[in-house]
Write a new protein. Sequence first.
Length: 241
Amino acid sequence: MKRAERLHALSEVLRRSGTRGISAERLAREFEVSVRTVKRDLAALENSGAPIWSRPGPGGGYGLAKGASLPPVTLSPAQAVALLAAVSAAPDAPYSDLAAAGIRKIMDVLDPRTRSRAEELGHRVWVDAPPSPSRAVRSALEQAMAEQRVVRLRYTSRVGTTTTRDVEPVLFACTSGRWYLIGWCRLRDAMRWFAVSNIERASVTTSACSGHTIDEVGQPPVNARPVQGHHEWVRSPRPAS
């Protein structure tokens, strides 16, 4: 990661840490640099006008003053194309339509020279993405997850059995290039993985989820990670049946 990119990412981490703050050691682990480098970066941000505060001692750390805002940062052409490529390569990912709309907004506000260079570079990145599942199914799953409401599925298992079942969505997961809805199946009274491509129909009900958590899902593949933050997993997952 280039230093300019790291400084921006660092400022975002400080902003998200809120009043808790975050230690230099944790920042160093996050960005895979030395504590000394982190402190130099923090000094550079402060010199540029960022309202950074520090709290010494055990439990201390760094943060941004409450209500502080950061100056806007323009993406480089490569960063813009990286976003375009990521969304184009995963049209079946949850909320991919919203991501594509967000990227279009970003492209619209880039300065003309950067946008032109990004568009030229984008022509050099080709994507042959697999067809995405039904838009209606994806919309229902996304809504149920965001609102934490029970979703009713018509689902065909890997052995060809079709059932209708109510599921409390807990998370989306992608493994081996395939997306799954993981949730508490009220039919089986257990946590199950549902391949999104095997869901024929989905509708959001008026019932609220009962509070099943990510901790109940199980152990992900070694290289799996949330798209934001980190989480400890505990039990073994079970596929839908």
